[in-house]
Design a protein around this ligand. Sequence first.
Ligand code: 4AD
Ligand code: MG
Length: 464
Amino acid sequence: MANAGGTSTFIIILTRDSVRTDRRTITMKQTYISEVAAHAGESVTIKGWLYNVRSSGKLMFLEIRDGSGIIQGILPKNAVPEAVWELAGTLTQESSVIVTGTPREHPKRPGTFELDVAEIELVQLAQEYPITPKEHGVEFLMDHRHLWLRSKRQHAILRVRHEIIRAVRDFFDNDGFILADTPVLTPAACEGTTTLFEVDYFGDEKAFLTQSGQLYNEATAAALGKTYCFGPTFRAEKSKTRRHLTEFWMVEPEVAYAELDDVMTLAERFLSFVVQRVLENRQEELKVLERDTAKLAAIVPPFPRLQYDDAVKMLQQGHADGKVENFFEWGGDFGAPDETFISGQFDKPVMVHRYPAQIKAFYMEEDPTRSDLALCVDVLAPEGYGEIIGGGQRMQSYDKLISRIAEHHLPREAFEWYLDLRKYGSVPHAGFGMGIERCVTWVCGLDHVRETIPFPRMLNRLRP
Ligand code: 4AD
Ligand code: MG
């Protein structure tokens, strides 16, 4: 009926009494599906795509989506000429259509609206759509991510992501923080030298994609007091887990004159705010995702605080009880199963603090009462989701920082500017970073991080 794959200046219009071919008449008039409740009984025009079409023989059900929602359009056979009915029956999934009709509240489902279809304007007849309502494998869906984003579940996840990002910004903006974004192209490592993506910088110098804005945050916090940065960060570690992306979005606050306890309090206030905001505004989406919202409602301050030493004891006891497979030796970093076990003991995020300095980054402040411990914190999300926040207090002393840089075999020249921060008015300061996708995974109750970002980048995936 229309030329598949192309756009024509002519369009097919199906009305209740005719089929017309006409010049394109895309009007400015448009009602979003999310707004139809306010227009019950009126004629509205919806611009979108056909999500699904089925026919009972007497009635045709056209599910129309426009990004703001999905509405079921109803076309009765006996209300239209035969030719209109037949043409409507050839409309394919994901064809772009402009539909005019009258919204009406469903008699048995209050709050749900259907559309009595009066006119369908076909914008493009879609070719056979690769994603059908049947089950598809994950790799197939990931290969078609550019189309997969059109499905209900993906809408729900991306809306929760958006809500979380908005809440993150509102929280810091309303708490006196200044957004001071940090560079993506950097000359040196922040989180360890083995996990960097290298970029050729005009032939004579190497640059690296940033792993964290923290070092620059420390400079902006010394300038502005309370700052945050929020942008894409990159990790080249070859981790193939359900928690790792190679490109992810991190929000990082940094506070001058703050100590470890202060940022733990900030982290629990922040996370609680974000989760409660999603509960307030995204009930529909959480329902689509079948999320147990009672578990999220429990996310309010205070969160349990657990010293690393005690977390180790907890793991060792778990091992003795046959609940943890391997014996955990003090001094090691937690693996995913360890984090899952520890966080499984609490129904709120647990803040594990004071890890051994030897397993943490060079910039961590040492515990004044135990120099083998770092003043750091990892926040582990409940229900086995593991680490979603990492942070702590930064090394304040110029001399100690120089020794740390040497111990970690880092090139001192690259850190001269960072050392300046300890030469000119050094103060205690602290901050943290939260990976947005880890947070979305937890809040949505997903089993993998890959669906929480429109186009995930992972060890084996750079496309589409
Ligand atoms: O614990 P990380 O590595 O900490 C830092 O980068 C600090 N410099 C942040 C700071 O103090 N300003 O990363 C922080 C958070 C993690 O808790 C996790 O949520 C997320 O970033 N993250 C990842 N998310 C997805 N994929 C990965 N590969 C991630 N690595 C870290
Ligand atoms: Mg970490």
